[in-house]
Design a protein around this ligand. Structure first.
Ligand SMILES: [Zn+2]
Ligand SMILES: [Zn+2]
Ligand SMILES: [Zn+2]
Ligand SMILES: [Zn+2]
Length: 307
């Protein structure tokens, strides 16, 4: 079957007349005896690729790497499955009707590739078969972290030092040195749980950073406050630490002992799993003393390293 100009409707397999990767494959076989190719990481847009195969696997429309099903038009122009949906059945290059043609040849070429993790520049040294690369990257421990600030949809990503600077500069977060703390939370109108209160303090201790969250939310019908600690790093490291939180007043005291959660877990996830010190608002106001109209909580705590 040869590629032609006619509009094909239900052809599932359709081999394009592309010869570029045939040549690359042939070369690879000659030089390496194996067809496994390791090509440079050049996923950044606009970075000139040094390898023809890699270039072929870049979707010409969105420039992302293509994964099966890879589509093509009757003239052989390839595009990724996301773009195929977007272009409404019309090839962006030649305007022919796209139909439903898969480019199995290119999918098979991709199978023979091995590529470095996209976070290579952030420290990941691993190399993966093309199709398992994506899966690895979703869990790669070198992938950037999301900003841990709660209460706003912040989309900043980065490594820990970048995020610490960002919290300080862009969210005006308080930074404290030391592994013990003594914090006061004061709120004039504690009855506004809907306009939830979010507080974040960052602690520097053991050369690492911890985020202390304090927020109001509705637990079923009960308005409560929760306070918990998150570790700015991976979960495997977070497990090496423990912390306590204490809050009280009027001769009563609540104590919580826990293990900090990694900031890989969103603050909402931690909150909803109730993995922290929970203070019902009524009790919080009782702790606050006075006329029980104003929230005045003193939360003390300590972080330590498990041996
Ligand atoms: Zn695309
Ligand atoms: Zn086309
Ligand atoms: Zn990686
Ligand atoms: Zn942020």
């Amino acid at each position: 079957m040869a590629p032609g100009g006619s509009v094909c409707k239900e052809v599932v397999e359709f081999y394009p007349k592309l010869t570029k990767y045939d040549v690359v494959m042939a070369k690879a076989e000659k030089n390496n005896t194996s067809v496994k190719l390791v090509v440079g990481s050049c996923e950044k847009h606009g970075t000139p690729s040094t390898n023809g195969v890699h270039e072929l696997l870049e979707c010409p429309v969105c420039t992302n790497l293509m994964y099966p099903p890879i589509h093509q038009c009757p003239s052989g122009h390839t595009l990724c499955s996301n773009c195929k949906i977007r272009v409404q059945n019309c090839c962006p290059t030649c305007r022919l009707e796209l139909g439903n043609i898969r480019c199995l040849a290119l999918e098979r070429v991709a199978e023979s590739l091995e590529l470095p993790c996209r976070y290579q520049s952030l420290g990941c040294q691993d190399i993966f078969p093309y199709y398992s690369k994506l899966k690895h990257e979703q869990h790669c421990r070198f992938r950037p972290y999301s900003c841990p600030y709660a209460g706003s949809e912040c989309s900043v990503l980065g490594d820990i030092p970048t995020l610490v600077g960002h919290l300080k500069d862009d969210h005006s977060v308080d930074m404290h040195d030391g592994c013990t703390f003594n914090h006061r939370y004061v709120k004039a109108n504690p009855h506004e749980v809907e306009n939830a209160t979010w507080m974040l303090t960052v602690f520097n201790c053991f050369g690492r950073q911890f985020c202390l969250h304090f927020e109001a939310f509705q637990l079923g019908m009960t308005p409560v406050y929760i306070s918990f600690l998150r570790f700015m790093g991976e979960d495997s490291e977070a497990k090496n630490f423990s912390y306590t939180l204490e809050v009280g007043g009027n001769g009563r005291k609540l104590t919580w002992q826990g293990v900090p959660r990694s900031i890989r877990d969103g603050h909402k996830k931690v909150r909803d799993s109730l993995d922290g010190l929970i203070i019902p608002r009524k009790l919080a106001l009782f702790f606050s003393g006075g006329d029980r109209q104003e929230l005045k909580l003193r939360v003390t705590g300590r972080i330590w390293k498990e041996q």
